[in-house]
Write a protein that binds this ligand. Structure first.
Ligand code: KIV
Ligand code: ZN
Length: 517
């Protein structure tokens, strides 16, 4: 790795998933991992293998799918975690284990209840064990930014001696200011003296994660850990799109430092993560917020029309937002134009079945909706990718007149080539739909969260529903997505999507327990 290349280590699927409400299923994680590969992320932290069988399964499937990015699993500095991480990434072409232990006095005393010497011994043993699975081992000093610098040097030297190749210095609680990070990184870079790469992992509790990351880069850090849309525990992690675009836009201040990121894939990645997690970036969020390139004031609009650079320091096209409306799709458009549009919108891994199904849905939409927007097309394709598990499939939903009598629903579902219709009453239309689905499938779902959002403007906008459901009172809750012009149908699809995820997780657990026998 050259001195002026910054390694982008994306942790959307691990630290990002730790955001409240952001849990994702395996199919969703694979879709995001593919987009991270399109972005040319160097390392994808795909999860924490020991956390749950679902995490393990997602990491090992990502390891078998992704070829160009290195696949990493997090592991505490304990053998069982490291073993799970090593096994989960076994089939990856490029792989890394990321092991960590806390080094701050407060964490060692109250959380770990270990002496500094014990912490060093444990860290060394963890790196040595991780090296029996992979050559590329990263070691993190959790809560580094509240640790004593001489202890940091001691433990760093010990783990480098047994083969750690990256030393990560997390600001776990988002506490430091940019000048402090600069000084700390400078000192550690000098101490490490090219024997390992210095990495940063900044949390955003004081809104400084990106500023701190850039300060650390100026001081010599050559790996940064970040997430799409700044997703992450509490106030989140440093946002990848902000770091990358700051380095690109202000290269005059960074001595030719660069990343491998294909910035034109940023917008697609941001939209995908927002759709899957249901967590939209705030409208004024830098780079990817809805208003990031919108000029509302007359003075600004006038200036931009006369010369784009009067008020714009970046071009929307640089992050993959295309104003170009040369490919407007409508009911007469053919499959080739539709595919072209999808590629233009950033969908580069399109399999034939997805293309056929989404094209069919697009044609049906053209008959019902006047203007088809890029967002409509993006959502149809995303929905097809997310709902590729069709164990149960909603064919139709009918609701009785709810205004006076008892609301009731008739739902038709396809399952194993059989078509099943049933009906139920409920406390409202939605309740009646979900109860009917429970009757047909024999699974009892408890709705934990329900969100509905319109995809574009206008009364004929597509409705996108996200449901979080626990089935048969078993944790964890499953997330499902549904898309339709009709909110009731979108809701039924979202509920069934969550059920399909639950069933595939159950299948996977059964397979695993049979293997263990
Ligand atoms: O914030 C943190 O310290 C972490 C470590 C596990 C790297 O996420
Ligand atoms: Zn973190």
């Amino acid at each position: 790795m050259q001195d002026n290349k910054i390694i982008i280590f994306d942790t959307t699927l691990r630290d990002g998933e730790q955001s409240p409400g952001a849990s994702m299923n395996t199919a969703e994680k694979i879709q995001i991992a593919q987009q991270l590969e399109n972005l040319r992320v160097d390392v994808i932290e795909a999860g924490f293998a020991a956390a749950s069988p679902g995490d393990f399964d997602a990491i090992s499937q990502i390891a078998q799918t992704i070829e160009k990015s290195s696949i990493c699993s997090l592991a505490r500095a304990v053998d069982s975690d490291i073993k799970a991480a090593g096994n989960a990434i076994e089939k990856a072409k490029l792989k890394r284990i990321h092991t960590f232990i806390a080094t701050s006095p407060i964490h060692m005393k109250y959380k770990l209840k270990m002496s500094p010497d014990e912490v060093i011994k444990r860290a060394v043993a963890a790196v040595q064990y991780a090296k029996t699975f992979v050559d590329d081992v990263e070691f993190s000093l959790e809560d580094a930014c509240r640790s004593d610098i001489s202890f940091m040097k001691e433990i760093t030297q010990a783990v480098i001696e047994v083969g750690a190749k990256t030393i990560n210095l997390p600001d776990t609680v988002g506490y430091l200011l940019p000048t402090e990070i600069y000084d700390m990184v400078k000192e550690m870079v000098k101490f490490i003296d090219n024997k390992a790469i210095v990495s940063l992992h900044n949390h955003n509790d004081l809104g400084l994660a990106v500023a701190n990351t850039l300060a650390g880069i100026s001081a010599g850090a050559r790996q940064v850990e970040c997430t799409i849309n700044g997703l992450g525990e509490r106030a989140g992690n440093a946002a990848m799109e902000e770091i990358v675009m700051a380095l690109k836009t202000r290269k005059d201040m960074f001595n030719g430092i660069d990343t491998n990121i294909n910035t034109k894939e940023i917008y697609t990645a941001s939209k995908m993560v927002a759709t899957i997690t249901g967590i939209e970036p705030q409208p004024n969020k830098a780079i990817v917020g809805k208003n990031a390139f919108a000029h509302e004031s007359g003075i600004h609009q006038d200036g931009v029309l006369k010369h784009q650079e009067t008020y714009e320091i970046m071009k929307p096209e640089d992050i993959g937002i295309y104003q170009d409306t040369s490919i407007v799709l409508g009911k007469h458009s053919g499959r080739a134009a539709f595919k072209d549009k999808l590629i233009h919108l950033g969908f580069t891994n399109i399999v034939d079945d997805e293309l056929n199904a989404s094209f069919e849905r697009f044609k049906i939409l053209c008959d019902k909706k006047k203007d088809i927007t890029d967002d409509d097309i993006r959502m149809i394709m995303t929905d097809e990718k997310l709902n590729n598990n069709k164990t149960y499939e909603v064919l139709s939903v009918q609701i009785s007149d709810c205004s006076n009598g008892v609301p009731s629903a008739v739902v038709t579902i396809k399952h194993n080539d059989k078509t099943i219709t049933d009906a139920s009453i409920g406390d409202g239309a939605m309740d009646a739909i979900f109860k009917t689905i429970d009757r047909i499938t024999n699974y009892h779902g408890t709705l934990i969260d329900y969100k509905v959002k319109s995809v574009s403007e206008g009364k004929d906008a597509l409705a996108k529903v996200t449901c979080k459901v626990t089935f048969n009172d078993q944790n964890p809750p499953m997330i499902g997505h549904g898309l339709s012009l009709d909110t009731m149908i979108a809701s039924a699809r979202a509920y069934i999507g969550a059920l399909n995820s639950y069933l595939s997780m159950k299948d996977m657990l059964q397979r695993d327990s049979q293997h263990q026998v």
